[in-house]
Write a protein that binds this ligand. Sequence first.
Ligand code: IVH
Length: 676
Amino acid sequence: MPLPKAITAYTLAEATSVVAQLRQQVRQYAQAYYTKDAPLVEDAVYDDLYQQLQQLEAAFPTLITSDSPTQQVGGTVLAGFSKVTHQEPMLSMGDVFSFGELAQFDERMTKAITRPTEYNVELKIDGLAISLRYQAGKLVLGSTRGDGAVGEDVTANLRTIKSIPQELAEPIDLEVRGECYMPKRSFEALNAERDRNGEAVFANPRNAAAGSLRQLDTATTAKRQLDTFIYTIVDAQRYGISTQADALKQLRQWGFHVNPEAIVARELTQIHAFIEKYQSQRDELPYGIDGVVLKINQLALQAELGNTVKVPRWEIAYKFPPEEAQTILQAIEWTVGRTGVVTPTAVMDPVTLAGTTVARATLHNVDMLREKDVRIGDTVLIHKAGDIIPEVSQVVLSKRPATAEPYLVPTTCPSCGSKLIHLADEVALRCVNPMCPAQVKEGLTHFASRNAMDISGLGPKVIAQLYDRHLIKDVADLYRLTATELAQLDKFKEKSINNLLAAIQRSKQNSADKLLFGLGIRNVGAKAATLLLAHFGSIPALMQADPAEVVAIKTIGQTIGDSLTAYFANDQVQELIRELTAAGVNLNYLGRLTEAQDNFFKNKKVVLTGKLVHYTRSELTQKLSDLGAQVVGSVSAKTDYLIAGADAGSKLTKAQQLQVPVLTEDAAQQYLNEVK
Ligand code: IVH
C-alpha cells in the first residue's frame, strides 16, 4: 500500500506526525517479529509500512533520528540466553518487490563498479540467521542475530543440529553465517503432534525454527529436526577466496550444508528466469523460501561498495509475494454441493495473498470449523493450499475480540431448509433432499461441464437463471429449451442464444460415456464411465447388465456397481433416460472419436512425471489418450517414453536406468502440436 498521497504533497508538520505514527507501528511489529516470534501482521504489511517510513524520511531528512527503526537492525535480546557481541555486525538486507526495482539496483551497481556486473544469485531461505564460530577447527560459539550487534548464545542448541559440523577437517579459525530453518516435513510433523497434544500449533516454519532454537532444554531442540544452509564466510579473502560462488564451494568442502540452487549471472534476464523458476516451484521445495538474493560475486568489489548504516550496498533481496496473510473473518457462508455436502466458506476482509486479492477461503468442513473454533470477528491466518484455493489455517487467538461468540453450525440446509444430517463415518454435513435447488443446480452445472457433456456457455450463472425461472428442472429439459425462453435471460441476445442452442444441440452427438459421467452418479467418475461404456457399448446395455459383469470389469469395484444398480433402479431415472432418448441424445459409446491417425504417440506406452507447466496432468493424459497412447503409472522396460517435467524423481532415474527415452514437456508439446 502506498502512502495516501504523493510525498511532495506532505507539509513538514504532516510528515512529522505520519513519521511518528509509522515508527511506533514498525517498532511494535518488529519487536513482535524479532524477539517474540509472534508476528502481529503479515510480512507484506510490515514491509509496506517500513517502506513508507523510508520514503518519508528520504523526503524529509531532518526528521531522521538515530533511533528510527530504519536506522537500526531489529529487536532486542531475550532474557534466558547469554548475550554475544558479534565481531562483525550481522546486518540486514535491502529488499525489492518488483523487476523494476531490481533493475534500479542493477543500474546502481553497474554505475558504481564500471565493470561487467556479476552476481551470485541464491535462494532466500525463510528461517533465522545464525553465526557459527570455529577455533582451531572446533565449533566454539553459535549465536542468533539478535539486534544485529548483539545476539544470543545458542551454541548448545545449535550443536544438536546434524548439518552443523562440530569439528572441521582443518584446524582453522573461522566464522560463518547462514540460515537455520525447519524443513517443511519436520514442521508438518511437529504441528500434527502439537495438535494431537492440544498444544498451540506454529503459524509457519520460520516461527517454529525460531521457537525451537530458543529452547532452554536442548533435548527439545534436538527433537525438532532443524537444518541449516550456510552462505557467508566472514572475511573470506583471508582464506584466499575471491568470489561468493567460490565461498559457497569452500563452505561445501568444509562440510557445511550449502543450498544447491545458486547461479552466477550477469544478465537481468537470467536473474528474472531464476526468480520465476523458484517462485513457481517454491511449493515443491522441501524448505521455505521467501525470495531470491543477489550478491555482487567479486568479494573485492563487495568491500569497495561497502555498507550503509544498515545494509550492505552490494546485495539485495527480491521478495516473493507473501503466501500467508492475516485478515478478519466477517462471515461464514454455506454452500451445498452436487452430492448434498454442505461446506463452510470464510468471508473475510480482502487481503493480498501470493499476489492476488483474496476475500474468501475454504474452511473445508464442519469438523474442521469446530476443531479450530473459528468465530466471526476472529483474526485468521490464511494461506494458499496447493497453489490455488486459499484456506484458513489458523485462528490468531491472541487477537480474538472479547465479544466473539462460539459459532453455531446450521442445522438446516441453506438452500431448501431441510434438516442436515451427518452420515455414518463422514465428516461432512449433508442435505439429503434430492429436490434441493442448490444440489439440482450443481448437478445441472456438472452435466454441462467440460469433462461431461461439454456445453459451452452453460455455466453456473446461466443454469441458476434457467432454474430459478422454472425453465429447467432436470437435464432432459435442457434439450427442450427454445430461443424465446433463452431470450428471457440476462444479457442473452440473438448471438448468445444461437450459440447456446447450437452447443446443446452438439452435445447430443457426444459419446455416451460423457453422458454417463454427466448424470452425476455417485462414485462414477469420468474414467469409470469410459471403462463401463467401452465394455457395454451403450447406456441401455449397461442398464440391463448383470451386476456381476459390471463388477468384473478391471478397476470397477463393488462400490461403483452398487451405485449404478441403485441409480438405474429408480423410476425417475428411467423416465429421464427415456426423455433423453426421445430428445435425440446419443446413448451409444463412440469410442475414441475415431481411430487416432498416425502420430508420434500412437500405440505407445507413456509415463508422466514431474511438475508440468503447459498442461495439467489430466489434460496431458487426455491428449495422449486421444492420440492412441496408453498413459500408465509406472516406468518399466515396456515403457516407450517418459515425459518428465521439473523436479522429476525416481521415475526419471528408473527410466534412465532402463534406457527408456525421456522427453521434456516442451518436446512432448512439439510432438502434440505436430498432429493436426
Ligand atoms: S546474505 C546481510 N543470503 O535474509 C545479511 N541472507 O532479510 C544477509 N537470508 O538476515 C546475509 N537466505 O537471515 C543471505 N542466501 C541468503 C539468505 C539470507 C536467507 C536471510 C538472512 C538475512 C535475511 C535478510
